[in-house]
Ligand binder design. Sequence first.
Ligand code: SF4
Ligand code: SF4
Length: 298
Amino acid sequence: MNNRLSTLSKTASVSQIINFSCVDGPGSRLVVFLQGCNYNCKNCHNPHTIDMCDSCGDCIAHCPTQALSMESIDGKDAIRWNSDLCSGCDTCLAVCPKQSTPKTQEYNVTQMLEMIRKQASFISGITISGGEATLQLHFIIALFKAIKSSDDLQHLSCMLDSNGSLNETAWQKLLPYMDGAMIDLKAWQQETHRYITGRDNHRVLRSINLLNLHNKLYEVRLLQIPEVTDFESEIDALAGFLTQLPPSTRIKLNAFQHHGVTGEALAWRVCSEANIERLASQLTERGVKQPILPSVYL
Ligand code: SF4
Ligand code: SF4
């Protein structure tokens, strides 16, 4: 296979596509959510996007509209989801023993480009999100590369929404084709980050610095969870880290809510407007320029 064909045939498991979003990067954007994550955040709003479906078939009999079936692909059983028959009841998500979803779809780069072309005149760019999108890095690189080399698509900016866990070697492969990234910093102290996500944050801090060095850091996001995240108790260290970034880097504050959350995080207190405003003023008092506050608290 030549290089171009091999690029266009790269595939990804996609959990959702949103044609228009104005909160996932600059301007109006088409957002592709990839399935699978290497963190296991207690506060995850889409826990069914963490694990990959292993086609066990347990959910098939529970679907009230017969939208699920098993088919054989290259001699291997694979779950098939018929979106035309699906009513969106989410019973399959509730019964899945892996807390996964059968409602993912495989896209190759050619199919994704076709879909982007239909929206291209209405959007300023595309954002790849997740799950943790970089688990499917080869697809992202191939897609961004194809967009940048297409006469009719190269005006679109290519952004990534990530938990920042990618290593430097992998970032270096992606950087030439990516315009910018939004990175979640989920806690300051290692223990707190590990408690919330299951992993430490060394890579996240390194990713933020690396992206900044290459002028590809668009936004750092802080999710405030009262009494759980440590942004207020670590405010001096956090503000010191954020103020070494250029003032043009957006510092976005998000307020924890219960929507979609399962398990022990349902017992956590939601973050009020007053709580987020207090965090914002603590940051601005220490030199962080105009943190961006949530527009809604739901
Ligand atoms: S959400 Fe799942 S269970 Fe419900 S109709 Fe769709 S495929 Fe079937
Ligand atoms: S979604 Fe879950 S229950 Fe359904 S086939 Fe996949 S792993 Fe099995």
